[in-house]
Design a protein around this ligand. Structure first.
Ligand code: FO1
Length: 322
């Protein structure tokens, strides 16, 4: 199916999935394609685990575990208990329902299917009609360079070590030879594209891996659609996850303005939360258009309202640019 969306949303983590859901309520399936980060992916117990794809997939299917922020709701943990009894690795918690996703995807990959094929199959099985696309079908695992010089696999940093190691930098292993997935390349070249939205995700480990893939920024710059980033930092804190801690350890202020600076030269528009409205002038001085609105997505209505605001913002920038 050749996709020809008006909006491409780039998503990673919980915050990204919330705005992706809002966009999916505003735009009908042909008009929206969601590209998920796969830098968090890793092989565990012989299974291909794709957390950011699954967070978006479960969110769109209304199956997501709201308390945990990952995995499925109403989960049971019999597999994990049995694994414990067998002295297997249980630091990365796999629920029984979630396990079916990993087993099926792993089998499809083992038979030579691509991650894109597996994602399409699983989304169709869950009745998801919007396109969910991995950023690449090549493995581009994110490594976290820590204070004592070691490089940690992302899930070892994030889950096993509970984000406690001091972060010095990141590496996207194999990114130099990675290619955008066919779907990702396809949607960035869509003739109808009028917005590319970076959802409020961790700039370093959820967004940078996607933009670092060779050809992606060129394709974004060739597209007439503006690239808009929603700040994942509100009032000096990350809504969820280690973004603010990472910024501190990287020697950056933990502010929405620092996030804008991180994106300078790459994005056309930046969305600040109301509490950060005083940064608007400085963000504009970086050469970005600015939208100040509520970015706290507590309810489905908040998700939908932010989606509408961002799309309207893209329209305004579009008119200005062309
Ligand atoms: N995050 C945790 O903090 N603890 C876990 O045990 C855990 C298990 C897990 C299983 C499947 C999956 O798709 C995600 C899971 N996550 C877990 C979240 C995962 O670490 C993601 O990378 C984060 O959500 C950041 O994107």
């Amino acid at each position: 199916m050749t996709l020809n969306p008006t909006c491409v949303a780039i998503s990673g983590g919980v915050g990204g999935a919330k705005l992706a859901l809002g966009l999916s309520h505003v735009l009908s399936p042909p008009d929206l394609a969601i590209v998920a980060n796969t830098g968090d992916d890793f092989e565990h117990l012989g299974l291909a685990i794709c957390p950011d794809l699954d967070t978006v997939m479960y969110t769109l299917a209304d199956l997501s575990n709201k308390e945990l922020g990952w995995g499925q709701e109403g989960e049971s943990w019999a597999f994990l208990a049995a694994l414990e009894r067998l002295k297997g690795e249980t630091w990365f918690r796999l629920g029984d329902r979630d396990l079916a996703t990993h087993v099926l995807r792993s089998e499809m990959l083992r038979r030579g299917g691509t991650l894109s094929d597996a994602t399409t199959f699983l989304c169709q099985a869950l009745g998801i009609r919007h396109a969910l696309i991995p950023m690449s079908d090549d493995a581009v695992p994110t490594l976290v360079r820590t204070g004592n010089g070691t490089r940690l696999a992302f899930q070892h940093y994030f889950v096993r070590d509970r984000c406690s190691p001091v972060v010095k930098g990141f590496e996207f292993e194999g990114v130099e030879t990675a290619r955008p997935s066919p779907g990702f390349r396809n949607v960035l070249g869509a003739g109808r594209l009028s917005s590319i939205v970076i959802c409020p995700s961790n700039p370093f480990v959820s967004v940078d891996p996607v933009l670092a893939i060779p050809g992606v920024m060129d394709a974004i710059n060739r597209a007439s659609a503006p690239l808009i980033a929603v700040s994942p930092i509100v009032g000096g804190a990350a809504i969820k996850g280690p973004a603010a801690k990472m910024m501190k350890e990287l020697g950056m202020p933990q502010t929405a303005l620092a996030v804008a600076r991180h994106y300078v030269g790459r994005v056309d528009g930046f969305v600040l939360d109301l509490v950060d409205k005083d940064y608007a002038f400085e963000v504009e001085a970086l050469g970005m258009q600015v939208l100040v609105t509520n970015t706290m997505m507590r309810s489905l209505d908040d998700r939908i309202a932010l989606a509408r605001d961002v799309l309207g913002f893209a329209e305004r920038i579009q008119r200005k640019v062309t």
